[in-house]
Design a protein around this ligand. Structure first.
Ligand SMILES: Nc1ncnc2c1ncn2[C@@H]1O[C@H](COP(=O)(O)OP(=O)(O)OP(=O)(O)O)[C@@H](O)[C@H]1O
Length: 233
């Protein structure tokens, strides 16, 4: 059985007289441990979908089955537990707490979950063993994003959701961050979803879901996903 099974999901926003369809009859599935890229232009409905998969928002209709349970039926309380224990988030602008050090930013996240990993060990894995006591303002953008990835991974989540994780980074730094996310899936068997408008990134994924104008336009699998180091754009 697929780890994620989205069935006929829709999300509508009422704006006065007008109804905006942000997601319209979206269906796809994702297997456990796979890396998926959700690709589409600005306004396609990607963030809306990611927010719903992450339990930050609820769909207007359809099913969002994650690990056998339809999270669209969850109460607010169940969604809070789901977000806390099952999902790690990585956003474009890192969202670190500025007055906490690198280590403290990760510790804060791990303190509230049952199966957390050791923050220092995870920070070492993302190459930040020497920056544990620095504040975010003392780190480069790429380093801050690596702290955010460590914070998400240290929760030991089943699912890692990444919204334009390289959007604020230069080319080489962006590639380093994507390599970490590919490792999280292909080496550590996390289910990783990356949303982006950069079609070149699609080559690193096991599955590529193209979204445009609120609908899924194609779902394609890469038999041999490329290591990030071999992708150029
Ligand atoms: N809270 C909201 N209220 C009203 N409309 C919304 C809301 N959130 C999203 N939308 C609309 O839904 C559509 C899809 O937006 P969404 O942010 O999901 O797209 P996206 O593919 O992530 O775009 P981008 O890459 O620019 O972030 C857009 O037309 C957007 O204006």
């Amino acid at each position: 059985m697929a780890y994620i099974d989205v069935q006929h999901e829709s999300k509508r926003y009422q704006m006065g007289e007008t109804v905006i369809k942000a997601n319209d009859d979206i269906s796809f599935s994702i297997d456990q441990g796979k890396l998926t890229v959700i690709l589409g232009p600005s306004g396609a409905g990607k963030s809306t979908l990611l927010n719903i998969l992450g339990g930050m928002d609820s769909p207007s209709g359809g099913k969002i089955v994650v690990d056998g349970t339809d999270i669209a039926q969850f109460s607010e309380k169940q969604l809070t537990t789901y977000r806390r224990n099952d999902v790690g988030f990585v956003f474009q602008f890192y969202n670190l707490i500025p007055n906490l050090t690198t280590a403290e930013n990760v510790e804060l996240a791990t303190a509230i979950v049952p199966d957390a990993l050791d923050p220092t060990a995870v920070l070492k894995e993302v190459g930040l063993g020497g920056r544990l006591n620095n504040f975010p303002s003392q780190l480069s953008g790429g380093e801050q994003q690596r702290v955010a990835i460590a914070r998400a991974l240290a929760k030991n989540p089943k699912l890692l959701l990444c919204d334009e994780p390289t959007g604020a980074l230069d080319y080489e730094t962006g590639k380093q961050v994507l390599s970490l996310l590919q490792d999280a899936s292909h080496r550590d068997h996390k289910t990783v979803i990356i949303i982006t408008h950069n079609s070149a990134i699609a080559k690193m994924a096991d599955r590529v879901i193209r979204i445009n104008d609120a609908k899924v336009r194609s779902v394609a699998d890469n038999a041999t996903p490329l290591p990030v180091s071999e992708i150029e754009w």
